[in-house]
Design a protein around this ligand. Sequence first.
Ligand SMILES: Nc1nc2c(ncn2[C@@H]2O[C@H](COP(=O)(O)OP(=O)(O)OP(=O)(O)O)[C@@H](O)[C@H]2O)c(=O)[nH]1
Ligand SMILES: [Mg+2]
Length: 366
Amino acid sequence: MLKKLFRKKSAADLRPLHADLAPSCETSVATDRQALPDLPSGQTLDSEPVHLDTSSLAHRHTWHKRLAGNALTRGFGSLFKHNPKLDETLLEELETLLITADVGIQATTELLGDLRQRMLKREFADSTALRMRLRTDLLAILKPIEHPLQPEPGQPFVILVVGVNGVGKTTTIGKLSHRFSTEGRQVMLAAGDTFRAAAVEQIQAWGKHNKVPVIAQDQGADAAGVIYDALQSAQARKADILIADTAGRLHTQAGLMDELAKIRRVLGKLDTNAPHEVLMVIDGTTGQNAINQVRQFNAMIGITGLTITKLDGTAKGGVVFALAREFGLPVRYIGLGEASTDLRRFDAEAFVEGLLPMDSHTDLGS
Ligand SMILES: Nc1nc2c(ncn2[C@@H]2O[C@H](COP(=O)(O)OP(=O)(O)OP(=O)(O)O)[C@@H](O)[C@H]2O)c(=O)[nH]1
Ligand SMILES: [Mg+2]
């Protein structure tokens, strides 16, 4: 498994990089076709309700299994199992669940406000009716952030992947290169994490696995220089997509944050529109701290899309709603496992169905 091969350094091990752009960067292109590594397999709730498209729910049902360990999935299941009665207790327990699952105060207040108002108007015959309305309200929060990434043809579409340490950036790049290659696009990778030990080898292993070239230099090289070279090479080869990895960094590390601005600047010298996507990866287990992370990265480099990983584990899951309410940034993908096929295009309906299935018999709460 890749994760065992590449040990992480702690955040304290990170040091700022100030190296200038190397005038002539020697690149190595990993096009090896040998044996593959052993990879692991803005609207409010008052507006018109957004209806769940039940016709295509069958194939989305698989999401429920992947989201089974999630605090929200388990909490919803347990709540509606143990509180079949439509009363204030149900609402109070729902409120506690939403807050503790990191849905955030704003979204929780909106959700509870709508449900309470409707309950007072006697719109719900039973708790199942309330459950159905809750699904609609959850979807109303997520639908506006469902904007799939659609790389335009005609030039290398540059995706710069950023985020704090260990969130799943490189793994997401591996999964993305698998996805885009499978779609028949010519993909190249840039080993822009020149900081962490073994980071270059990690992305090269993904490149080898997916049979895509990786532009890399040795550890310690200037990250902006590597990514600049990679775009030059992608332009020369007329690649469709270039995905650039970057070192994990904390927003408090001014030097490393400046490096992101430098990467943007040097890319702009080759293509004024590059990077076309600044994809921030968020670890779904992070909780409310994700809000701070996005705020700081957005201020520094301008985020155009999010990927939320590790939602297959014991993440609280609610952070997707909190991020939707706080920023309204598109969620492009979610990570539901470690294998190259475990990256799903964000589908608001499938996500809501995964958390709170229409059929209560599939509830997973205890
Ligand atoms: N369960 C699960 N694990 C994931 C997912 N995405 C990534 N991981 C795991 O998270 C760990 C860190 O992944 P990396 O891709 O190395 O993270 P990174 O952000 O590149 O880390 P740094 O380069 O050190 O900042 C690895 O063990 C991955 O296998 C996911 O969606 N689900
Ligand atoms: Mg990495």
